[in-house]
Ligand binder design. Structure first.
Ligand code: MG
Length: 163
């Protein structure tokens, strides 16, 4: 039998408040706003974490890191993603690729794409070419378009050898 393949989907939303920098995709971007949440509110890393866990059938980020736990206050999302990746790897899964969309009116994602891909590749120990990343605006419409929130979506494909 061939390899087993599983697809996962992650989605997340965080609110913007004034004052930078913006932590997104594991890097700090010079910007006049930042995302608010119980952890460091890195919306992209949260979506990726959920996509990974979802593909492997291992629950979600909220189960792994409950926002009722004071230990998760201000937590580095790169650490959360790294640990989720370890859990997924333990079940012999490897990442084929990720494809992500960041929905943000500002800032533009393209100038940071390379740095974010490098950073996520490092966290997940995969080549950055396996990480797709696109930015989309809200066309001035809705909460994204009004600059009140940033959202992220991630698809992830996992593979493991047949047992
Ligand atoms: Mg989140």
């Amino acid at each position: 039998m061939g390899d087993e393949l599983r697809i996962g989907l992650g989605h997340d939303t965080h609110r913007i408040e004034s004052g930078g920098p913006l932590r997104l995709g594991g890097i700090d971007i010079e910007f006049d706003g930042h995302l608010v949440g119980h952890s460091d509110a890195d919306v992209l890393l949260h979506a990726i974490t959920d996509a990974l866990l979802g593909a492997a059938g291992l629950g979600d980020i909220g189960e792994l890191y409950p926002d009722t736990d004071p230990q998760n206050q201000g937590r580095d999302s790169a650490d959360m993603l790294g640990r989720a990746n370890q859990i997924v790897s333990r079940e012999r899964w490897t990442i084929v690729n990720l494809d992500c969309v960041v929905l943000a009116e500002r800032p533009k994602i393209l100038p940071y794409r390379n740095s974010i891909q490098q950073r996520i590749g490092k966290i997940l120990e995969i080549p950055p070419e396996r990480i797709g990343l696109k930015g989309k605006t809200g066309e001035q419409s809705g909460d994204v378009g009004q600059g009140r929130i940033i959202q992220a979506i991630c698809n992830c494909l996992l593979r493991r050898p047949a047992a």
